[in-house]
Design a protein around this ligand. Structure first.
Ligand code: UD1
Ligand code: UDP
Length: 561
């Protein structure tokens, strides 16, 4: 088994260090041979070679020496030489990390050559693409991937909402956390930069990185932020990415007061200084997570970040591009906190390297006899069990169900109308139930909801249906959250054990017959039900549409409210 890995940027060399380390540990027992390509997107010694040396990573098998350039040119230029590598190596799968131009170029080439793509750090989202090439790169890579190896719990939810099935998702945790933990141990015995080397006192300085296009490309924005840092009430050390260095040279700007610009640091030097700092100011995804791992307060000079866990935990604050908000945040710093449990809940236990290697081996092995289409809801159409008697899922059939429930004195909780995927079809069924004088229960599984049930738009929908049904969540925590958000009573109902309108193979179930045969709880998925009986073909198509459209429509809904 041979896996090709494509890297090209500083954070990818660090993540490669984690999997390379695991493969080294396994030695002869490693489940696959690893061939590494460095695109050379980053090439300065302190942005590339230093990490291979420090993290003891073997020299890459291929160095493409791509260098810098416009995003579009860079991605384009990478593709032909990458194709040659694929042709020469014929790997069983491609492994890529993160969201850079090197990531997406590799994924595109592999996808076109029919090589499965495995994507570490899939699913992180900003839901904002302007001036954020990383978002475009990540979305494209995710959707070309056969397997997303996901680093945060929230990214699992994002991908599920985008229609990714469980067979394309694995939570492996964040490799940056593996190396963060390990570096903590290694720094006990290893030489590394100290605050005094920069005339700083431990616990009394900020450490900063700024390199995002949206913060460095525009002169006023960039100098506004640096001006605020220069005016901080304590020293701020900024190891400057060359992108920032070049800009400042062109603009002839240098700090006057508290900001200290230095060259980029090696991984261990940076970790040593971050761990001894008072706070972190960064627009870097990796450094932002490291601040969270270390329990340091952080200021994120971005309008929004893909890595919002620390903000949600109250340890980080986003200040956008505003120098005033940055200055205010610098003057009011949260104290550090012990957040290890929270970090591990969100990013795993620090064993991502092991999990990535195991998942790759399992994926490639299981892929023998792989049938394309199995991994995407759209592709499932051909494999769907065809409906045998879709009259069972017609409004006429539901009228009989509701009538039966009313005549037999059923409670609301015995007829569950599941709105976890959205409200499509639910209104129709509720109107029918009302005409039959029966009040069912609207059921919502908060953890897998395809829309934001706590949003204003969802609240309005629930409000509209309030007179027609009770409301229940599938668990106690969900019920509590919903009750609070909607200001109405929300019960708990477990659909397990109820007779569902689709069997395990996806074929429609006649709920009238089931009720008459003694079923006392019914689980209805309203998006499957049609006004009139539909042909088996249409019925199957409906299932596919429901899988996709609900996700798409609801995604739009989430982010527009
Ligand atoms: C890239 C990634 C970004 C990631 C970052 C990690 C994309 C679109 N962006 O941003 O997601 O967070 O890497 O650091 O892929 N330069 C040098 N020497 C180098 C590398 C770059 O001088 O070794 C300078 C060049 O002027 C170059 C500029 O930095 O034009 C930007 O480099 P580039 O690789 O395009 O993007 P990054 O800002 O590094
Ligand atoms: N880093 C480093 N030296 C520095 C600044 C950052 O080794 O001078 C490390 C940092 O510890 C983190 C990684 O680089 O592990 C983050 O990379 P970067 O900010 O370039 O990219 P991003 O994470 O934003 O994609």
């Amino acid at each position: 088994m041979k896996i090709l890995t494509i890297v090209g940027n500083r954070p990818q060399f660090i993540k490669l260090g984690v999997t390379a380390r695991r493969l080294r540990e396994l030695g002869d027992k490693a489940p696959f041979a690893s061939v590494v390509v460095n695109t050379g997107q980053h090439y300065d010694e302190m942005l590339s070679d230093v990490f291979f040396t420090e993290l003891e990573i073997e020299a890459p098998h291929y160095n493409l020496g791509m260098g810098s350039g416009h995003i579009v040119d860079q991605i384009g230029r990478m593709m032909a030489p990458l194709r040659e590598v694929f042709d020469a190596e014929r790997p069983d799968a491609l492994l890529v990390y993160g969201d850079t131009n090197s990531t997406v170029a590799g994924a595109l080439v592999a996808a076109h050559l029919g090589v499965p793509v495995m994507h570490v750090e899939g699913g992180e989202r900003l839901y904002r693409r302007v001036a954020m090439p990383e978002e475009t790169n990540r979305i494209v890579t995710d959707h070309l991937s056969d397997m997303c190896l996901v680093s945060s719990r929230k990214a699992m939810r994002y991908l599920a909402r985008e229609g990714f099935g469980a067979d394309r998702l694995r939570f492996v945790g964040d490799p940056m956390y593996d190396i963060f933990k390990l570096s903590g141990e290694m720094l006990q015995s290893r030489e590394a930069a100290q605050p005094a080397d920069f005339r700083l006192t431990a616990g009394d300085y900020g450490i900063c990185t700024i390199h995002r296009a949206e913060n460095t490309d525009d002169r006023d924005t960039c100098l506004g932020l640096l001006g605020a840092l220069d005016g901080a009430p304590f020293p701020v050390l900024l190891p400057a990415h060359p992108r920032l260095q070049h800009r400042l040279q062109n603009w002839g700007w240098s700090p006057q007061t508290n900001l200290r610009l230095i060259d980029p640091l090696g991984y261990f030097d940076f970790q040593s200084l971050l761990r001894q700092s008072r706070l972190v100011i960064t627009d870097s995804g990796g450094v932002g997570r490291e601040a969270f791992f270390a329990g340091k307060p952080a200021i994120v000079p971005l309008e929004s970040s893909a890595w919002i866990e620390a903000v949600e935990a109250g340890l980080a604050v986003m200040t956008g591009r505003s120098p005033d908000r940055l200055a205010a945040a610098l003057a009011a710093i949260a104290p550090p906190a012990n957040v290890t449990a929270l970090v591990e809940e969100n990013f795993g236990a620090g064993d991502a390297g092991t999990q990535i290697v195991d998942e790759i081996a399992a994926f490639v092995t299981a892929r023998q006899g792989w049938d394309e289409g199995a991994w995407h809801p759209l592709g499932r159409f051909e494999q769907l069990p065809k409906a045998v008697d879709s009259a069972a899922l017609s409004h006429a059939a539901f009228t009989d169900v509701a009538r039966y429930a009313a005549l037999n004195g059923w409670q609301a909780g015995q007829l569950l109308i599941d709105v976890t995927r959205g409200f499509d079809g639910a209104q129709d069924l509720l109107a029918i139930a009302r005409a039959e004088d029966f009040r069912p229960t609207l059921l919502l599984d908060l953890a897998s909801a395809r829309f934001n049930p706590l949003s204003a738009a969802a609240g309005a929908q629930f409000e509209g249906l309030a007179g027609l049904a009770d409301l229940a969540a599938t668990d106690v925590a969900g019920a509590a959250l919903l009750s609070q958000a909607l200001g109405r009573e929300v019960g708990v109902a477990d659909p397990a054990g109820a007779t569902a309108d689709r069997d395990a193979r996806g074929a429609p179930v006649d709920l009238n017959a089931a009720a008459k045969a003694g079923a006392t709880r019914l689980h209805v998925q309203p998006w499957l039900w049609a006004a009139t009986p539909v042909s088996p073909f249409e019925s199957a198509l409906r299932l596919v549409d429901a899988d996709n459209c609900a996700a798409q429509a609801d995604l739009t809904r989430i982010w527009l409210v």
